[in-house]
Design a binder for this molecule. Structure first.
Ligand SMILES: Nc1ncnc2c1ncn2[C@@H]1O[C@H](COP(=O)(O)OP(=O)(O)OP(=O)(O)O)[C@@H](O)[C@H]1O
Ligand SMILES: [Mg+2]
Length: 323
């Protein structure tokens, strides 16, 4: 048998309060929690995330492909012990996919049942049809009414400018107006992560609501650490050599330079083939795991990806930690 409604509510409140109490009290503490989830980050990003949580300001993540923009949102959700609510943007996305919609088939069913039962009060029927039970909450509304939660608005640059305006309104007011129901307001704003690959410039007004963070490729040491963390079965030597080779590829003028995602894919592919180090033949045979463009693969075939980096100063370390 279920617990009484009141008991359930107070248990939910208590656990929400407990979660609030365990919220990180410094960027350092949040960074430690994010790293526990396997997401490795620098101090600047930790500060941005901490402020996002504290000040209810979205983090606007822009940068190179495969550098951990999307992964940040899932790591934050895990670090804060909150559900991740994800909205992937695309051209033409609108209110009914992003905010809310009405459950038309159920409304129709309700109408048929009412008609069969001889309900003649059309005003009452109209009110019933537009009551919350027929409302489908899409990600933005779900996030607004779920606390705590982490809302990921992924690849916002793919959406149209009208959608940006909608988003701006939501992120400024933290309310949603459904004409038939009135204004819906959440208890507290969610933690919001917006990502963009900069396929177009996102409007300044939206960016101004946010804390901006540019995602570059990590330095050598962090990238090796990410590989080691994400793929613990890969040998350290393979992780180092693959990361070094990926950096050599990035230094070329490629059409699609590989991101961290590709470093991980390549290391995983090589490990699956039994490699414990990177040899030239295997590197060439597995280029498809790291490069996804014919011209880039052709260009990479001419390189010696197992060569030691020329950038390292003799007897020392490169400025970014490369050996
Ligand atoms: N700092 C990091 N710590 C741990 N894993 C990372 C980090 N950065 C990237 N990754 C890993 O790299 C992969 C790619 O990351 P993600 O998909 O978040 O990149 P992205 O920036 O969103 O790329 P895109 O622009 O293509 O959408 C994921 O498997 C992610 O876990
Ligand atoms: Mg992404």
């Amino acid at each position: 048998m279920g617990r009484p409604e009141g008991a359930r509510a107070s248990t939910a409140e208590a656990s929400a309060v407990a979660r609030e109490r365990t919220r990180p009290d410094s960027p350092h503490a949040l960074r430690a929690r994010l790293e526990e989830t396997g997401y490795l980050l620098d101090e600047d990003l930790a500060v941005a995330c901490f402020l996002a949580v504290r000040l209810h300001r979205p983090v606007f993540c822009e940068g190179e492909a495969g550098t951990g923009k999307t992964a940040l949102a899932s790591a934050l959700a895990r670090a804060l012990d909150a559900p991740l609510i994800r909205l992937r943007c695309y051209e033409g996305i609108d209110v009914t996919q992003a905010l809310y919609d009405w459950d038309f088939p159920r409304q129709l069913l309700h109408l048929k049942v009412a008609e069969a039962g001889g309900v003649g009060d059309t005003e009452l029927l109209e009110r019933q049809l537009h009551s919350p039970r027929f409302l489908i909450a899409r990600p933005l509304l779900r996030a607004l009414t779920t606390w705590p939660s982490v809302l990921l608005v992924d690849e916002v640059d793919r959406a149209d400018e009208e959608f940006e305006a909608l988003l701006l309104e939501l992120l400024s007011e933290w309310t949603v107006t459904v004409p038939e129901l009135g204004t819906l307001r959440g208890e507290r704003p969610p933690v919001v992560v917006l990502t963009s690959n900069r396929t177009r410039e996102v409007h300044d007004a939206l960016k101004r609501r946010c804390l901006y963070h540019w995602f570059d490729h990590p330095d050598f040491a962090r990238e090796v650490a990410i590989v080691r963390r994400r793929l613990p079965d890969v040998t350290e030597r393979l992780a180092v050599e693959v990361t070094r080779a990926v950096r050599a590829l990035r230094a070329r003028d490629l059409l699609k330079p590989p991101g961290v995602a590709e470093t991980l894919d390549w290391a995983e592919a090589l490990h699956a083939l039994g490699a414990t180090a990177l040899d030239a033949e295997l590197a060439t045979a597995t280029l498809g795991a790291v490069l996804r463009c014919h011209e880039d693969v052709e260009a990479a075939r001419t390189l010696d990806l197992t060569a030691s980096p020329a950038e390292a100063p003799p007897g020392g370390r490169a400025p970014d930690g490369a050996p």
